[in-house]
Design a binder for this molecule. Structure first.
Ligand code: TRP
Length: 443
């Protein structure tokens, strides 16, 4: 059976970028950069995206195109059922990520509602904004209601099969998000004290680099590029034989990096100008942006527009995660799309509730796992442990098991380049990932 294909190469690149660009770039990247020391983190993150990210994304796409199949099927077809376990772990990771992703998606919905009703863009006072944020996320009910709304939106889009429609409009909305971010950056740079933030963001201070910086940068590069769970394998399975996968990956990575860097310029200078705490953690974007809006004319309008666009970016990512779960239930357990959707929604909603509560009423040692609250545990477990391990398995599989199954010619026409790439894939990349992993997690 021939698989349906993307309408065009641009359609394929934009759909992959839609999955990649989301809360990872706008919410996670600024706060991790701030806690990990600024410029030096940016530098290491860029290396991870360009060296590891490019190799891995192109390989995932090539595997999908060579096998013409979803991740589990691809591992089974070009390897054996044992390797399919990598695909199954990918489904589990998609589920765990979606659980806390939907909670943060819910924060976005909440801030959108607050922008419309005039509840947020009122203060440039750091204390007021962080108290408002903490009060919101520690409330037992309201973040869960918004988590449900975000989950329901994701569920609705996937179940009613309107992803294509969303993708079509999302490219306009995502471009608008980038333009709006540029505008907000221009506003920020004229604030007194903003340059301190620019310097912090761009000047590497390598004395701040620790082994953890490498783990966070590597994990974030996988997270922000939607790698490590086989999403790009699925996308690659719909690509026509002519599209160049290396340059397609470079496009997706370039667009994601652009968004991350704009997000950095949008948040960090404001953090310094308004005197916020750079190490505020996961709330950084949500605490800082209201102050930016408060310092502008038409603050309610800009705040609303920003959170609508951020919500669209988050949804185009969350639907790619939910699709992984839903296709698993359909293909492996032969469930209908609707039932598969309901089960997936129930699972990630419940685990998401525990993550949300762990930031408030359950934030005590009795509810900690390895010393972390459930939200942080899910985040670290997926980003810094399961995704790197998934990628090691993928690299070894592709370089040493499936390479002969037409993988090389998906990527290069020259045999020399293909061999070089194989060395990178089968030795260099897994050694780097394992080294960073072992130094941090095991030693
Ligand atoms: N990349 C998305 C973001 O940054 C999140 C995401 C979607 C993701 N699909 C993924 C992360 C697959 C890891 C793996 O918002």
């Amino acid at each position: 059976m021939s698989r349906s294909q993307w309408g065009s190469r641009a359609g394929f690149i934009l759909a992959s970028a839609g999955s990649a660009i989301g809360l990872g770039a706008v919410w996670k990247f600024p706060y991790i950069t701030a806690t990990q020391g600024g410029g030096s983190f940016l530098f290491i993150y860029l290396i991870c995206c360009l060296v590891l990210g490019l190799t891995l994304m192109a390989t995932e796409m090539a595997l999908g195109r060579a096998a013409h199949s979803s991740p589990i099927g691809a591992f089974r077809k070009l390897g054996n059922p044992g390797w399919a376990l990598t695909g199954v772990v990918g489904v589990l990771v998609a589920f765990l990520i979606l659980s806390f992703y939907s909670v943060v998606g819910g924060w976005t919905v909440a801030y959108l509602v607050k922008s419309i009703t005039g509840g947020i863009a009122t203060s440039i006072d750091p204390k007021h904004n962080s108290e408002a944020f903490v009060q919101f996320i520690t409330d037992p009910w309201s973040p869960i209601v918004y988590h449900f709304i975000f989950g329901l939106l994701t569920f609705g889009i996937v179940i009613f099969g309107v992803e294509k429609g969303i993708e079509r409009i999302s490219k306009y909305l995502m471009s608008l998000l980038l333009v709006l971010m540029l505008l907000l950056i221009l506003r920020n740079l004229t604030l007194p004290g903003a340059w301190e933030g620019v310097e912090f963001f761009l000047t590497p201070d390598f004395s701040k680099v620790t082994k953890e910086t490498w783990l966070e940068a590597m994990g974030l590069s996988f997270f922000s590029l939607s790698l490590g769970i086989g999403i790009m394998i699925t996308y690659g399975s719909y690509v026509d034989a002519k599209s160049n996968l290396i340059s397609s990956s470079a496009w997706v990575i370039g667009l994601t990096l652009l968004t991350c860097i704009l997000a950095g310029f949008m948040v960090l200078p404001a953090v310094f100008a308004f005197g916020f705490e750079p190490s505020a953690g996961p709330g950084l974007t949500f605490i800082t942006m209201p102050a930016v809006f408060a310092s502008m004319p038409f603050s309610g309008f800009f705040a609303t527009l920003f959170f609508v666009l951020l919500l669209v970016a988050a949804l185009t990512s969350s639907i790619s995660l939910l699709e992984v779960m839903v296709s698993f239930f359909i293909d492996e357990l032969k469930l209908s799309r609707y039932v598969a959707g309901i089960i997936s929604f129930a699972l990630f909603f419940i685990v998401g509730c525990t993550a949300s509560l762990s930031l408030g009423v359950w934030d005590n040692p009795a509810h900690h796992i390895f010393g972390l609250n459930i939200f942080d545990f899910l985040d670290k477990l997926t980003q810094n442990i399961l995704m790197p391990l998934g990628e090691v398995s993928l690299t070894l599989f592709c370089a040493w098991v499936a390479w002969k199954s037409h993988l090389a010619e998906q990527l290069f026409s020259s045999a020399k380049l293909a061999n070089l790439f194989r060395l990178m894939l089968g030795v260099v990349v897994p050694v780097i990932i394992v080294a960073v992993f072992v130094v941090n997690v095991i030693l």
